[in-house]
Design a protein around this ligand. Structure first.
Ligand SMILES: C[S@@+](CC[C@H](N)C(=O)[O-])C[C@H]1O[C@@H](n2cnc3c(N)ncnc32)[C@H](O)[C@@H]1O
Length: 285
């Protein structure tokens, strides 16, 4: 690992707004943010233990009811965390957590949140596959997935972050009417996600294959991430979907999905451009 990366990895260990592979945090995020707001230099996880089914905390004067109802939004595969930082500025009364495995990328967003006193923004360094360990049932209100790797190869479609395998995971902690937002420059990932929504009978709230051509854009959609700026797919179009995971996701349908997505057309140059750009981004890290 390069020297710069090592410095960033060491720095986030000292940050009170970054937790790495946290333990025993299910249902305790409201209290965690209360600690951040009170300027605790470190959050003592042992102070957040559950005893006899009762919530116990040594953080004084917490209004538990207010905290518990504070909306919590996740940004998955957050990279540098532009969305959690941007949303955190827009909605100071809500809580936001960015999740990514790469500590050097998280460092960027966490440093900005620290510098600007955004005590409603935090980061978790972890694999997305482990997220159900960190959040309690119905603890999360919304999920943003911004410019994830589209995993273009058909054989890798199970790694797409809107594959039912992942949606089943999100269902474990998302509220019933919770919203998933996908913003991508990949037509293939966009069409794949629409196919999932259709096949599993999920509720599609909104879709567009050209976000910036729309009238009355949701201001949240105007936040730009590092990868959006790279315009890897060179599609010149940002695709955006909003949906609920409001039904069962039967495993039997996964095989049907696998066949159904074989026909989704891919922009001829998309794969080549993606590979070239991914190699470049890796070098930059
Ligand atoms: C293409 S980047 C997008 C980053 C950011 N959302 C943006 O738009 O700039 C994809 C990110 O997903 C993260 N990632 C991919 N798979 C992951 C996983 N299974 N668990 C955690 N992070 C993952 C990578 O570390 C990387 O930062």
């Amino acid at each position: 690992m390069g020297q710069k990366k090592l410095i960033k990895f060491a720095a986030i260990k000292e940050y009170n707004n970054v937790l790495e592979f946290p333990q025993d945090m299910q249902g305790k995020w409201a209290t965690f943010f209360d600690g951040l707001k009170k300027g605790k230099s470190t959050i003592d996880i042992s102070s957040l233990l559950i005893s006899d089914g009762q919530f116990v905390s040594n953080v004084s004067s917490i209004n538990k009811e207010d905290n518990a109802s504070t909306p919590l939004t996740l940004e998955l595969a957050c990279g540098r965390g532009e969305y959690v930082v941007g949303l955190g500025r827009m909605f100071p009364e809500q809580h936001f957590i960015g999740i990514d495995l790469k500590g050097n990328r998280i460092w960027k967003g966490a440093s900005i949140a620290n510098k600007d006193g955004l005590t409603n923004v935090a980061f978790v360094r972890s694999q997305i596959e482990l997220t159900s360990n960190y959040f309690a049932k119905k603890e999360v209100d919304e999920i943003w997935i911004t410019f994830p790797d589209p995993q273009l190869r058909w054989s890798k479609s199970k790694k797409r972050l809107t594959h039912p395998k992942f949606l089943r995971l999100y269902q474990q902690f998302l509220k019933n009417d919770g919203i998933v937002h996908l913003k991508t420059d990949s037509p293939l990932l966009y069409n794949f996600t629409l196919k999932v929504i259709e096949l599993y009978g999920l509720h599609l709230i909104y879709k567009t294959d050209n976000l910036y051509a729309e009238q009355n854009i949701d201001p949240r959609c105007l936040i730009k991430t590092y990868y959006e700026g790279l315009d890897i797919a060179q599609s010149n179009k940002i695709h955006y979907i909003q949906f609920n995971i409001d039904g069962d996701l039967p495993l039997e349908l996964d095989e049907i999905l696998k066949e159904a997505i074989k026909d989704i057309p891919m922009d001829a140059g998309e794969l080549l451009r993606m590979e070239a750009e991914a190699a470049r981004a890796k070098k930059e890290d």
